[in-house]
Design a protein around this ligand. Sequence first.
Ligand SMILES: Cc1ncc(COP(=O)(O)O)c(C=O)c1O
Length: 410
Amino acid sequence: MFEEYFSDNAKQMRSSEIREFFKLTEKPEVISFAGGFPSKDCLPIDQVQEVNKRLLLEAEEEMLQYSPTEGQEDLRKYIVDFMAQKGIDVGVDNILVTSGSQQGLDLVSKIFINPGDKVITESPSYVGGLGAIRNYRGDILSIKVDNKGLRLDLLEAELERLTNNGQQIKFIYLVADFNNPTGLSLAVERREKLVELAEKYEFLILEDDPYSKLKYDGPERPAIKNFDKQGRVIYLGSFSKIFIPGIRVGWVVAAEEVIQKLILAKQSTDLCSNSMGQRLIAACGREGIIDNQIKKLCRLYRRRRDKTMESLNKYFPPEVNWTEPEGGFYTWVELPPYLNSKDLLFKAIEQNVAYVSGEAFSSSGQKQNAFRLSFSQPTLEEIEEGIYRLSEVIKTELNSFEARNQRCIK
Ligand SMILES: Cc1ncc(COP(=O)(O)O)c(C=O)c1O
């Protein structure tokens, strides 16, 4: 009955397969590689309890009251220092605190996208980023990645083609470090070159960076934002993966003019982000608790990443390929083109193991022979057992495909 009342924007909103799918994976017997959740084994419960209790005594009003739309001053100053550690020199007026970086994706889309505007994304790309762009009816053009991230040769060809047709893109959205879903990172030389292309073809870059601190081998790469001279890069950060997601605190770094517009957009969305969460993050940040948590998480996830790679090598058949992430939560598995990862998922669930099938990460429903494994949640034993179970499902499917083929040939 409501269909005729829904706006055009609402009519084309789609439910995320991932969110729907979580219901199936919630059974305790399922080993789930599905959710991009931080590990429950390493939540900083004691520190959060202690700091929260103290703050409620010391700064009761700031904890319980509304806070400024742009974010609490202390937290913005902490974020300025956090960015300075990455070599990114900005002031508090360049920072907007958001309710998770997902809100950053929504607000940026809200202020820049008119229906039909062209936005480029990686293929595959983060489902929540695609959703935000789609909700404002952006026209998504996707560009392939290789093991050094976005293919700039293809991007440049696309930009040339658009320019020749008198068209332009608004922005390019990408996750340069340990991409969700592929786990791949954009090579440093490509980051620099991408900024040059943005200057040449006059588009903006939306850099979504929840994972760069979770690097398990070698030093962090400079962000794309590090190469930005003209303020074309809008950077999104988040405390969800490096600290705790439940308090919903993220941030945007951008030119002041952009921040001012985002503040207006945020006012009609939620007035302000969670005041308690902001105080808590600022205090935990200043007291070194977040830095410590990052170190602990890196140790935990490095072991899980290693176990995942070891188990994939041990059990998966040679027809299957996967990425080798240097950080983050994910590896991307590619099956032979004749297998469909969604069909396979139902068989995997019967064996009590789950992942997210690839098409959720494609703007046009491609990537049907791929899937995302998230290694952040299962324990080492569960990783080995889960990958073993998956390998058996895949091998059975490969064998039955071969058997069908043999019958056809005969
Ligand atoms: C690439 C990417 N961007 C944004 C988000 C949203 O994170 P937040 O909890 O900060 O809203 C996620 C969460 O999985 C993500 O993987």
